[in-house]
Design a protein around this ligand. Structure first.
Ligand code: GDP
Ligand code: MN
Length: 324
């Protein structure tokens, strides 16, 4: 199981919702296709209704194609920005041997239960979220991003400002749910990663969270990842970390985003756990979050549940299910 190794947060928010005299330099970030519009609007209504209606953080929408409709601006009173991803940061790079990549996709498709085994666009998306999201022009002036996908649900009120929590506590990365990555998608990811960190041990943070990724000091991988469709992160970390960017380059050169199906969740999981001081990683255990049936719901014995007017069931939490 990937039950979370971090201490439960001692952070207690006040009630009723505090009024802050300040805002963080932060934005929501949504990557979407034009065909995702309905799901994006559903997600925005969740975020706006549970949190942003009185915080007014802007939204950045990214697409590999031009957006056909910008009607998401009607769902928020905050500013909306629409950007197109540069082509070379999205499509499969030329150095990838397409014959080998095609063979790999076919082979992976024959294994039952592997999601997106045959999809090139999904691989583009995973590579983009691994190495390029934080380089987008629209994000350059922001410090924090909060990733929002189509068809997510926030099932409690978010009664404090998670961006300010990040800022006030010097957090660089926040997650809600941790999940194990499938073996079939990442047969060589761990070894390729260890190759990099063995060659470049200076990038391993002395107070890292290696124990999340490996129980035996790096020999084998727990396959634990932070489920990246929710993440709140410090863009300065991604932009400024030489280790992160060199690690991405190493993975890119190895080609596993296309020869296998390396996801951005396992990639972020390893990078965040090894490069950062673990004190800078935060489990938002009080945020009720659901996507594709996987859920985190706060314990009803905690203040977060009652004050949050939650409409979720603690028993459906992945952390609870995996303990059974
Ligand atoms: P899943 O949650 O792992 O099943 O993956 P999704 O299909 O939800 O994709 C993850 C995110 O990437 C979502 O925000 C999608 O809208 C977005 N996405 C996936 N594929 C593409 C694509 O080809 N183009 C664009 N612009 N966005 C994509
Ligand atoms: Mn999704």
């Amino acid at each position: 199981s990937c039950s979370n190794p971090f201490e439960p947060s001692s952070f207690q928010h006040s009630t009723p919702r505090p009024t802050y005299s300040r805002k963080a330099n932060a934005t929501f970030l949504t990557l979407a296709r034009n065909s995702d519009l309905a799901g994006v609007i559903r997600s925005m209504k969740q975020v706006e209704g549970r949190f942003n209606r009185d915080r007014h953080y802007p939204w950045v929408f990214l697409n590999d194609e031009p957006f056909t409709e910008e009607c998401t601006s009607a769902v928020t009173s905050a500013k909306t920005h629409y950007g197109q991803i540069p082509r070379d940061q999205w499509v499969q790079p030329d150095f990838i041997d397409e014959e080998r990549a095609t063979k790999a996709r076919k082979a992976l498709s024959k294994i039952r239960g592997v999601f997106y085994a045959d999809s090139v666009s999904y691989r583009n998306m995973c590579r983009f979220y691994s190495g390029f999201f934080y380089r987008q022009a629209l994000l350059q002036d922001f410090k924090y991003y909060w990733r929002v996908e189509p068809d997510i649900n926030y099932r409690c009120e978010i009664e404090y400002d998670p961006f300010l929590y990040m800022e006030d506590n010097n957090k660089a990365y926040g997650f809600t749910i941790s999940v194990p990555e499938q073996k079939e998608t990442t047969p060589t990811l761990w070894d390729t990663s260890m190759e990099f960190f063995n060659q470049n041990p200076q990038y391993l943070h002395p107070n890292n969270a290696m124990r999340f990724a490996s129980k035996d000091g790096g020999k084998t991988w727990t396959r634990c990842t932070y489920w990246t469709n929710f993440e709140i992160g410090d863009l300065d970390f991604f932009r400024g970390s030489e280790g992160y960017n060199k690690y991405f380059e190493h993975l890119e050169t190895a080609g596993g985003f296309y020869y296998e199906r390396w996801g951005d969740a396992p990639m972020h999981g390893i990078a965040i756990s090894l490069l950062l001081d673990r004190e800078r990683i935060h489990h938002f255990d009080d945020i009720a979050y659901e996507h594709t049936g996987w859920e985190q719901c706060p314990d009803p014995l905690t203040p977060a549940y009652e004050r949050g007017r939650c409409s979720c069931d603690y028993g459906n939490s992945m952390a609870v299910k995996w303990k059974r």
